[in-house]
Design a protein around this ligand. Structure first.
Ligand code: ZN
Length: 86
């Protein structure tokens, strides 16, 4: 099993993340797909709970190379919907 370096928890300001899968792309890059597992997110406007509201675009971030392979994260931003103001 490939040992990955620890993933900074501060990625994109997400506090709860888990690695969904690791792939090697056609050009030999490691692609680490990350899932946002954050359950409770407060509304930025009114601070009330929100619910998931679909996935946004996929964001790619470059990581330090692993075994000399370029390494990138893929994470899709989660949209949230306010339960009060919605
Ligand atoms: Zn709100």
């Amino acid at each position: 099993m490939l040992q990955l370096p620890p993933i900074p928890r501060s990625i994109l300001g997400l506090s709860d993340i888990e690695v969904e899968r690791v792939e090697i792309s056609y050009n030999s890059e490691f692609i680490i797909t990350i899932k946002n597992t954050q359950k409770e997110v407060k509304c930025k406007k009114c601070n009330n709970p929100t619910e998931p509201h679909g996935h946004g675009r996929v964001i790619r971030l470059r990581h330090l190379p692993i075994f000399d392979h370029t390494t990138r994260y893929r994470v899709s931003k989660l949209y949230r919907k306010c339960l009060i103001l919605a």
